[in-house]
Design a protein around this ligand. Structure first.
Ligand code: ZN
Ligand code: ZN
Length: 341
């Protein structure tokens, strides 16, 4: 898929990229950063996050209790920087043994594309930009299966081997375009209408992932699980949350097709039973949701069901920032430290 660089590195909070329909937004740039051989660009992201946080509080008067979106957005960039560092550290252990160690820079050089006019327009229209300073982009093409297999590392006694976390995030992200989006196209019996494309780019994917993580980790009873109710529950939650948050409307069959497609993909990918699915897959689902959401500070499900439970991977300073500006959505932040590993 030809694609804009600015969408991949989350260049705009209002990105309405009709090429990927939001399915490649942000996460591809973050994956490349996590896989980068040198830490410099990750350090740049961290510095940019700190600077953004500092700048957001310049001129703040303590008597003003309103927390502005730039403050919330700055805290979220700190979250992204921490997640990228976590993925990079895991990649050192689980991911660096294969792929003939071509640097992400080399791969980026083959695939990087310049921002197109749509993106530039979207960027200039955005009031607050959430550029993650991810200056280079990696390719997002899945590796050949042989490479994937050889890079799987045993996770522990009796547990199936696993890819690095960032490879799993990449696989799941690629499945959104290679599997789920294709199923949505098929369900339309023709090209996806522009209104649907723009609606999909309006927090659809991050919401789908966040609601799925919620249902898998806490929102499903044994009976519902055993009777195959997970996709229906997620479908209803996504439809409800779009209505409540006043997102661009999507037809029910589009949401249902996407949920069924993703669910089928996950259960085939994780044939090791429910517990492994939840333990292994839910953190991946959460990470992808956070990385691809254009503005988690405006997306309650992403903060509640994804950022909050990943708190164990965040620096103390980042948690402090989050509690200061998004505390009302982070009821479990201090209690979830061990869950996300
Ligand atoms: Zn895009
Ligand atoms: Zn979102």
């Amino acid at each position: 898929m030809k694609h804009w660089a600015s969408c991949e590195r989350a260049g705009s909070q209002r990105c309405a990229c009709k090429m990927c329909m939001g399915a490649k937004h942000g996460w591809t740039g973050a994956v490349a950063l996590a896989k980068d051989n040198t830490p410099h660009r990750r350090d740049d992201l961290r510095d940019a996050a700190d600077e953004r946080w500092r700048a957001a509080w310049v001129g703040h008067r303590p008597e003003n209790r309103r927390i502005s979106y730039p403050k919330k957005s700055a805290a979220i960039i700190s979250v992204v920087a921490d997640i990228v560092d976590w993925l990079a550290a895991d990649y050192e252990i689980h991911g660096r043994s294969t792929d003939s160690r071509r640097s992400s820079g080399e791969r980026a050089a083959e695939h990087v594309e310049t921002a197109g006019p749509d993106d530039l327009a979207a960027q200039s229209a955005a009031s607050g930009q959430s550029s993650l300073q991810a200056s280079a982009l990696g390719d997002t093409a899945a590796r050949p299966p042989a490479a994937k297999e050889s890079s799987r590392v045993a996770a522990g006694p009796g547990e199936p081997p696993r890819l690095s976390l960032v490879d799993q995030v990449e696989e799941l992200g690629n499945a959104l375009t290679n599997v789920v989006l294709r199923d949505i196209e098929r369900a339309h019996h023709g090209p996806i209408p522009d209104t649907t494309k723009v609606a999909l780019a309006d927090h659809f994917w991050c919401d789908l992932l966040a609601q799925l993580a919620h249902v898998l980790s806490e929102g499903v009873t044994t009976v519902e699980r055993l009777t195959g109710k997970v996709p229906e529950l997620v479908t209803q939650l996504v439809l409800e949350s779009r209505r409540e948050a006043d997102r661009l409307p999507l037809e029910e069959f589009v949401v249902r097709t996407a949920v069924n497609s993703l669910w089928k993909h996950l259960t085939v990918l994780m044939p090791f039973g429910w517990l492994v699915l939840v333990k292994r897959m839910v953190p991946i689902v959460r990470v992808l949701a956070v990385l691809m959401c254009k503005a988690p500070e405006r997306h309650e499900a992403v903060v509640r069901y994804c950022v909050d439970p990943l708190a164990g991977q965040l620096r103390e300073e980042t948690k402090r920032r989050l509690l200061k500006v998004l505390g009302n959505w982070l009821t479990g932040l201090e209690g979830h430290d061990d869950e996300a590993a």
